[in-house]
Structures are given as C-alpha cells and as structure tokens.
Design a protein around this ligand. Structure first.
Ligand code: PRP
Length: 278
C-alpha cells in the first residue's frame, strides 16, 4: 500500500498506539483501485505496520511524550525560542526558570504539567517526529527541506524571511548548460528546479553560501534572505522567490491523537494571541 494521498478517493485514516511515535495503521477508501482491476465495487482497507509494532515488542523504550500527561515542548535555542516560550507562557504554560541565565536544557513546571527542551533549531522537527516532544516550533524552511512526518498546525507569523534564488544582478540563465546551484537546502532547490524541468548541479555548502557565485563556484544560490543585507553587501540580487518562511507550530502525529484536546486548545489559544497582536 502507498501513503500517496491520490491513491484514496474518500476517507483516509491513520491509527496510533500509545507509546509509539510512528503511524501504526494507515488506510482509507480506494475505489479507483477496484476499477483498475475491472471491478465495480467500492473498497476500503488498511495496513498494519507490523515493523512499527515489532519495534515495541523488541523492548524498545516507549516514547516518553505519550507516557505522561505533561505537554513536552521542543524549543529552538535562541531568540526565536524565547519568543515561542513567551507565547506558551501567555496561554498558561509558564516555567519562569527557563529564562534564567544558565546552561540547563530541560525545564519542567509540575503544576502546569509542561516540560521544555532547548534544542538546536534544526533539530526541533526530529524531536517532534520521534515523539520525545509532543509539539515544537520550527522554521518552514526546515519543514520544506526535511519533510518530517509531523503535523504543521499554525503559522506563528514571526521569524519571517524568504527562500530565494539569488545571484549576480545581471545573471542570465543559459539553458544549454547545467545550472550550478550552491545551497544548504538541497531538497528545496532540487524540487524547485525539477518542477521547472531545469537540470541542475547541487553544490552542498554549510554556510556563507553567498561566496559561491562571487568566486565562480556556482552560478546561483538558493538561500534564506531576511533583511537582504548579506546579498546587497556582496553585490548579489534576489532573482526568484521560492517560498515565504516563518515559524510554524508542529505536533507529533501520535501525540496529536492522544493529547488532542490539549494540543487543539494550544492552537486555538495561539490563534487568539496572534489575532490580538495583528
Ligand atoms: C543566513 C542566510 C544568509 C543571511 C541572510 O545566514 O544564509 O546568509 O542569513 O540574512 P539577511 O538577508 O538579513 O542578510 P546565517 O546567518 O544563518 O549564516 P550562514 O551563512 O552560516 O548560513
């Protein structure tokens, strides 16, 4: 069975087992398959991912996040994380110790039943996908690049920037040649150019991407632009906008099933805070 949503033509469902972060059951209605087999009846079915269940049998430690009634939140370390914490505190999940200047990474408020982890921003989605955090906040760039198996629940409207193609201001694409693209976001760049049928050669870098087209390592770059200062100061120009980026609230899929009321209440409360701040 495939996870491709186009396969289904009606209800689609997923099943979860408490303590397992991954989807355990997945199914839905797929009448088109019956038609392809020259049958006229409707069809509905599901698959049980026995490998997922076996992992539990093997004694793998169950996922902490669904084991207790705490809300486990992965916060991106830094300014963005502090803004996110202020939002959680404003809706009743305060944990003042968290803002103390120390190097502790895990904080909990037993009374409010919340536990926070400070993690590297690019790791938030892993904590949530693997179910050690129920929810987290992550840049849309990471969701686009890594496509983690999580629910994206809210656009928090801060951490705004753009994913762009940039290069020399007078850049003209010579389609007879493979386009050399330097980037930290290989998947985003691949998808963008695949949809346009453009052959590219990805040059995967880890930072200071702007150097690449200046010294001839690449023709263009795919990178994040916030103020535009880095591009301007390096005589580069924004050529195409790929996507708008901002901070997103994400949830583990099993946590969303087992702590649904809690998580839905957070989404609604955040919506209200965002509406008030408009
Ligand atoms: C990011 C991005 C650009 C810069 C854009 O880099 O890769 O270089 O910020 O910001 P601006 O439009 O406000 O100038 P980051 O600071 O994350 O460092 P990096 O070069 O290591 O990627």
């Amino acid at each position: 069975m495939t996870d491709d949503i186009n396969y289904y033509n009606g209800i689609v469902f997923k099943g979860f087992v408490r303590g397992i972060a991954a989807t355990a059951i997945s199914g839905g209605q797929y009448d088109r398959l019956m038609k392809r087999m020259k049958r006229s009846s409707q069809a509905i079915g599901f698959a049980v991912y026995t490998d997922v269940l076996e992992r539990m049998d093997l004694g793998a430690s169950p996922v902490a996040a669904q084991e207790d009634d705490f809300l486990n939140v992965a916060l991106p370390k830094g300014r963005l994380g502090e803004q996110v914490y202020e939002m959680f505190a404003a809706i009743g999940y305060e944990c003042p110790e968290l803002l103390d200047p120390n190097r502790k990474l895990i904080f909990e408020n037993k009374e409010k039943k919340v536990r926070y982890f400070w993690v590297k921003p690019s790791d938030v989605a892993i904590y949530v996908e693997r179910g050690v955090a129920d929810v987290g906040v992550v840049g849309k760039d990471i969701l686009l690049e890594e496509q983690p198996d999580v629910y994206e629940l809210s656009d928090l409207g801060f951490g705004k920037c753009r994913m762009v193609v940039a290069g020399p201001g007078d850049f003209k694409d010579d389609t007879a040649k493979t386009l050399r693209v330097a980037t930290k976001f290989a998947a985003i760049a691949q998808n963008y150019y695949r949809l346009r049928g453009r052959d590219i050669d990805i040059i995967a870098l880890n930072g200071s991407i702007e150097v690449a087209p200046i010294i001839g390592l690449s023709d263009v770059i795919v990178d994040i632009v916030e103020t535009g200062t880095t591009l301007r100061e390096n005589n580069l120009a924004e050529l195409e906008v790929i996507d708008n980026i901002s901070a997103r609230l994400i949830a583990n899929k099993a946590s969303f099933a087992f702590k649904n009321k809690n998580i839905v209440n957070i989404v609604k409360a955040f919506d209200m805070v965002l509406e008030e701040n408009k």
